[in-house]
Design a protein around this ligand. Structure first.
Ligand SMILES: Cc1ncc(COP(=O)(O)O)c(C=O)c1O
Length: 367
């Protein structure tokens, strides 16, 4: 059998998880798993919503439309764009990862520029799709290279994974405006943003005026539903949407109907609103307490938060992956998230701070 090898690597984070699990079994001790990227302060309570879903229906049992169920796309338009976009601009995807893959395949660009510290999967998906990668250090760095990046795409992930910092929205919009006018495509992949805000957030509406902007979103983090594998892609560019629609059709033949019905309910019903708000309030408060605790203990790597705020759900601590593991805390070395600063990054680790504060404090009090 001949195999077309992509050269992409399996996720290092999965490997770290396996190592911690093995160590936990061997020692019989419990570990605090901060290596993962999921909200674990609480679950979103979907029981009351599921009780109202008719499982013996065509909506549930028959192929959904390839671009996504109309009801969900309408809910997305309402919830994220205050109804100011069009359904033709919204395509439902099987989570953010698949949305990014489809976006990367569809674009014809010289390269895709990633932040200095970035989520490794961007690079792996680009490797599979044979797309060149580049790096930018900050927004000024992009603005100083406008002629060079005319036919490139730039990924903006804010709050950032792995740093967990939040840049001021005004600064993001100012930069997007210049890049958009320069002909540079901007991919806004910010799945952590909507944990910290809800329907009243204006940001996505403000992006509607830009034809070279693609928004990739996910319900994995903002609704705590990574198991449902649901997200969406939004663009106002008709040519992009047409080609994306074709690729989406042949990659998926439609996305799981249950997850679409569930999320549409969470976005539109009164019960859904309550479930969403409870989940977000408890999660954000837990994250806030954990970051404050790290700050007080001098464990937050404050050098990463001089121009922007540490928001979560990740932060960088000034301990290495090994030092944390000695205290039974799972983390991911910051060196996994950079190509340009590997040596310096090895003394830091990324941890997920979206866990119950009492448990978090218990483990970090060992420092
Ligand atoms: C920055 C970023 N984008 C996208 C995703 C994709 O998540 P999902 O495929 O679960 O929607 C993740 C997941 O960890 C992420 O960290």
């Amino acid at each position: 059998m001949q195999i077309r090898k992509s050269g992409a690597k399996y996720s290092a984070i999965v490997g770290i998880g396996e190592r911690i699990r093995k160590q936990s079994v061997e020692t019989g001790e419990e570990y605090l798993l901060l290596n993962r990227g999921v909200n674990a302060v609480c679950n979103v309570d979907i029981d009351p919503i599921v009780q109202n879903i008719d499982f013996n229906s065509n909506a549930m049992q028959v192929y959904p439309p390839a671009q996504g169920r109309q009801e969900l796309r309408e809910a997305i338009n309402q919830h994220y764009f205050d109804n100011k976009s069009k359904l033709a601009n919204i395509s439902v995807s099987g989570g953010g990862m698949s949305a990014l893959d489809l976006t990367f395949q569809t674009l014809n660009v010289d390269q895709i520029l990633l932040p200095e510290y970035y989520w490794g999967s961007y690079f792996q998906v680009m490797t599979i799709r044979e797309i060149q990668s580049g790096t930018y250090t900050n927004f000024d760095n992009l603005l100083n290279r406008l002629p060079e990046i005319k036919n490139s795409a730039v990924i903006i992930c804010d709050p950032n994974n792995p740093i967990g910092n939040k840049v001021d929205d005004k600064e993001i919009l100012k930069t997007v405006d210049i890049l958009n006018n320069n002909g540079t495509t901007v991919i806004i992949d910010s799945p952590y943003r909507r944990i910290f805000c809800d329907q009243d957030d204006q940001f996505y509406q403000d992006l509607l005026e830009f034809e070279n902007v693609i928004i990739v979103e996910s319900f994995s983090k903002s609704l705590g539903l990574s198991g449902q594998r649901l997200g969406f892609i939004h663009s106002t560019n008709t040519e992009f949407n047409t080609e994306l629609g074709i690729r989406l059709m042949y990659a998926t033949n439609g996305i799981n109907a249950f997850s679409q019905i569930l999320v549409a309910n969470l976005l539109t019903s009164e019960q859904g609103k309550m479930a969403r708000q409870n989940f977000k309030e408890i999660t954000v408060e837990g994250i806030r307490q954990n970051i404050n605790f790290l700050q007080k203990k001098g464990l937050l790597a404050s050098e990463f938060y001089t121009h922007s705020k540490a928001l979560g759900i990740f932060v960088i601590v000034n301990k290495s992956e090994e030092e944390l593991l000695e205290k039974r805390i799972g983390s991911v070395s910051l060196s996994y998230f950079t190509k340009t600063k590997k040596t310096e990054a090895a003394q830091y680790a990324r941890i997920c701070v979206s866990v119950p504060p009492d448990k978090f404090k218990h483990y970090f009090d060992n420092f």
